[in-house]
Every structure is written in structure tokens, then in C-alpha cells.
Design a protein around this ligand. Structure first.
Ligand SMILES: [Zn+2]
Ligand SMILES: [Zn+2]
Length: 337
């Protein structure tokens, strides 16, 4: 172990988490000269960086989503390959969150710090599974950091959707799902469940589906929902961004039954407020058990908490004899909200 304290070389400023001896930010909330980016969600992959280091998949997602705002210089780093950056060594490890998502291991003077980015431990056919990285400092997300959040089995939630389609064969089942990650996971889980009919998608979801397929994630037959014959949509599964399920777009579907795939659906009142008939608890973030078990398994003595509800997790961390700290990073939001 190094004699340096972590806050002497990993600092937090208005742009976010900065690694001084490496000269880069991790997931900065605004344009910087050098960024390491954990994954392509918009609260992590901001526009305007001069140079970015990430997985090949994340860089492709940034190119597709940011257009002119994509980094001017890209460096792709495969999982598990150490790279010297300034005075530190950076290695990316799978985070199991979305295609290309990575945890960032930063090694400096014998100390190991891991930035989790967003992660989950549950199975997801559309991305490489989370890999545990032992470290001294673990900087963890905390989106669902309350004991009430237990995500359960995603396949069982998808089975509820398939059952509902069989029960209501004349109703279009419109499923709210975030465009990058959740949509493709829902489709892949439906295919795993044996659902081989065409799945209809809102136009806003097409580009990300194409991108996943270009990286070898098979999604089966997809059809544009807009312009489809009303008869074809009876008893069909239609995926749409969460913002579209409550608006005019979904009201033109035949007798729409609204579902929503999100970790927040564990909170029943939330689904009811949004008029969701079929809440599906499917999350791409770690739940309380995954968060606390991962913290223990990393064996880190120091835990920094970002991105969510810190209080309960900090209390838990203290009871395990570890040092905990809330990082007040601005600009993080949950993509499911
Ligand atoms: Zn994310
Ligand atoms: Zn996030």
C-alpha cells in the first residue's frame, strides 16, 4: 500500500473526478482535454472532449450519439489491457451495465483505485458480465442504494410480459425502456424466453439497436412501430422511450397496455403515478445486495460513493469497518427516470 492518501491524487472539482498523476478526468460532466469514459449514457459521456479513452464499443456509441460533440481524438482500450497514462496505469474491466461499459482500474505508486461507473451483477445477454476487481479504493455508484431495492430475476419479469400478451391478444403492449441498453436487453431477454415474433420499436430506438447488432448482439426481427398497420400491432410488443409511453404517440396504438422496465418499478406507487399497468422490475444498476456484496468482495478499505442515495450505503460501509465518503459529483442522473 502507498503512503499517499487517495485524495492527494484523486480529486473532485467542478468537472468531476480528476486523476492528477494521470492528467485525466473520469466521466467528467463537461468538456475536458483528457477524459476516460466508463460508458455511453449521456450523464457519463458528455460532448466536447479533446481526447477520450474508452472501450471500442463506448467510443462507437459516443460517435453515434454525440455527432459533432464526439471526442476529437479517440483511444480504444480493450478490457484487461493495462495502459500507461502519465504516471499511472489504467486498465478497463467489464461493468455488465450496457454494451462496452467498463470499470476503470487506476494504479499509482502501488495503490489500486477502481471507479465502477454504473454496474450490475445480474445476467445480461447484451454485454460482457461484470468482473470483480480487488482494490484499495472502490468508487461505487449508488443509484439503488436502499435495502428496499431488490431487483430479482429479469427473466421472470419478462415472462410476465409474455403471459400478458397471451392473455390480451388484441392489445398492443407498449413497453417503456431506455434507448441505450435497456431496450436491447429487453429484446434479448424476450428472445431468450422464446419470443420470436417481430418486435416493434419506436424510431428513437433504431440507431442504438443497429449499433448493438453491428457489435454482434443479435436482436431478431425488429419492425418500425410508426407506420405499421393497426392490425399488425394488435397483440404485439412495442418498445418505446419512457417519454413516449404517456404521450400521443402511444395512444394511436390499438388499446395500448403500458408497461415500464425499470428498477424504479419496485416502488409500486411510482408505476401507478405514471399510469403503468404492467411494471417490470428490470434494472441495469446494482441493487442493495449487489452494492453491499461487491463492496465486501473488492476488499477495499476505502469506499467513495457517487451518483445516488449515499446515506444508507455510507452507514452500511461504516458498520463494516471501512472508510466511506460521499463524493458530491454534479450532473449525474439516472437514465431510467
Ligand atoms: Zn449508465
Ligand atoms: Zn449513470
Amino acid at each position: 500500500m502507498s503512503v499517499l492518501r487517495f485524495d492527494q491524487w484523486l480529486t473532485v472539482d467542478a468537472r468531476g473526478l480528476y486523476c492528477r498523476p494521470g492528467g485525466f478526468y473520469v466521466d467528467p460532466n463537461g468538456a475536458v482535454s483528457h477524459a476516460v469514459v466508463t460508458h455511453g449514457h449521456s450523464d457519463h459521456a458528455r460532448p466536447g472532449h479533446a481526447a477520450a479513452l474508452a472501450t471500442r464499443e463506448t467510443l462507437a456509441i459516443m460517435d453515434a450519439r454525440l455527432g459533432e460533440g464526439a471526442p476529437r481524438r479517440n483511444q480504444a482500450l480493450p478490457y484487461g489491457e493495462p495502459l500507461s497514462v502519465g504516471d499511472v496505469t489504467v486498465t478497463l474491466y467489464p461493468a455488465g451495465h450496457v454494451l462496452g461499459s467498463a470499470q476503470v482500474l487506476i494504479e499509482y505508486k502501488g495503490a489500486r483505485a477502481v471507479v465502477s461507473g454504473d454496474y450490475k451483477r445480474g445476467a445480461d445477454p447484451t454485454c460482457v458480465p461484470f468482473e470483480l476487481v480487488p482494490c484499495d479504493l472502490f468508487i461505487t455508484e449508488a443509484t439503488f442504494a436502499l435495502p428496499v431495492f431488490q431487483h430479482g430475476d429479469a427473466a421472470a419479469e419478462v415472462a410476465k410480459l409474455v403471459t400478458s400478451v397471451a392473455q390480451f391478444p388484441k392489445r398492443a403492449h407498449v413497453v417503456g425502456a431506455y434507448g441505450l441498453g435497456k431496450t436491447q436487453r429487453m429484446i434479448a431477454l424476450l428472445r431468450e424466453a422464446g419470443y420470436d415474433r417481430p418486435i416493434f420499436i419506436h424510431g428513437a430506438l433504431q440507431a442504438c439497436c443497429d449499433l448493438y447488432e453491428s457489435f454482434g448482439v443479435a436482436l431478431g426481427p425488429l419492425m418500425p412501430a410508426t407506420g405499421a398497420a393497426k392490425d399488425a400491432l394488435k397483440g404485439a410488443i412495442v418498445l418505446a422511450p419512457p417519454s413516449a409511453i404517456a404521450d400521443r404517440w402511444s395512444r394511436r396504438l390499438p388499446d395500448p397496455l403500458t408497461a415500464f422496465a425499470s428498477g424504479w418499478m419496485r416502488v409500486r406507487a411510482r408505476g401507478r403515478q405514471q399510469g403503468i399497468e404492467l411494471p417490470l422490475v428490470i434494472s441495469d444498476h446494482a441493487d442493495w445486495r449487489e452494492l453491499t456484496e461487491t463492496i465486501a468482495e473488492t476488499d477495499a478499505e476505502e469506499i467513495w460513493v457517487t451518483h445516488g442515495r449515499e446515506d444508507a450505503l455510507l452507514h452500511h460501509i461504516a458498520t463494516t469497518g471501512r472508510r466511506g465518503r460521499a463524493l458530491a459529483l454534479v450532473g449525474r442522473e439516472d437514465e431510467d427516470q
